[in-house]
Design a protein around this ligand. Structure first.
Ligand code: ADP
Ligand code: MG
Length: 224
């Protein structure tokens, strides 16, 4: 799809026939008609499966910018419980993970894809139970995710197609660099990796170098 064309027309209905209609329906239920700037700029690249770095300020709509393509991809691949986890979304805090999960739930309303919030502070046994049932999209915080990758045999992510590192600047500020490095080492390498951040400094760039393929698309949205 032509990026400029999409930005110009700026309407989700332009994606009819390109993304699953159940996603468009969910956006409709949510009362959203037009993508935000970062959504319009990110969606065409992400829908093509490219590795991506997106920078835009807080409140610019980054969550749906990565959730829409993730859900579309897993629907198109026919993901079901037996395939395990197709996407992991990494958030710096349980509050942010919870917010992402709430948007994801709305987006999945007409689909059969499964999702779960896997964060510190919850009972691990509860996580393991839900992971063993097959969770297609996992929204998680670094400590708890690494813990499960290292020790939960029920956590099947060998079919992982996409890793999203959300709020990368906050994640690094919170001192999760080692965790993320550990996580990346344990994930299948044939995946799309997407990184979103409010700001991009050298630490975020270093993380991108580690996690993403060598030729990511970089989009930075500024106010002016
Ligand atoms: P960010 O992650 O960039 O801080 P969020 O994804 O949390 O931003 O979105 C911020 C707010 O914008 C949310 O309340 C969300 O519902 C709203 N929003 C997201 N996309 C759209 C859209 N296309 N049209 C209108 N509002 C939107
Ligand atoms: Mg966000």
């Amino acid at each position: 799809m032509d990026v400029e064309q999409f930005i110009e027309r700026t309407n989700f209905s332009m994606l009819e026939g390109k993304i699953d209609r159940r996603i468009l329906q969910a956006l409709n239920y949510m009362g959203l008609q037009k993508p935000t700037v970062i959504q319009a700029q990110a969606l065409p690249h992400l829908l093509q499966g490219k590795d991506f770095i997106g920078a835009a300020k807080t409140g610019s709509g980054k969550t749906l910018a990565f959730l829409i393509p993730v859900v579309d991809r897993l629907i198109k691949l026919g993901f079901a419980k037996k395939h395990g986890t197709g996407c992991i979304i990494l958030s710096p805090t349980r509050e942010l993970a919870l917010q992402t999960c709430a948007v994801l739930k709305k987006l999945l309303i007409d689909t059969d894809l499964t999702h779960a919030l896997i964060v510190g502070g919850e009972k691990k046994l509860k996580d393991i139970k839900s992971l063993s049932g097959g969770i297609n999209i996992v929204v998680s915080t670094p400590g708890r995710l690494l813990d499960h990758l290292q020790s939960t045999k029920e956590f099947n992510c060998k079919n992982l197609k996409c890793l999203v590192v959300d709020e990368a600047d906050k994640l690094l500020e919170a001192g999760f660099e080692q965790h993320v490095t550990g996580i990346i080492k344990l994930l299948p390498t044939t995946r799309q990796t997407v990184l979103f951040s409010a700001t991009i400094d050298h630490k975020v760039k270093n993380l991108a170098r580690l996690a993403l393929r060598s030729d990511p698309v970089i989009v930075s949205v500024t106010d002016d």
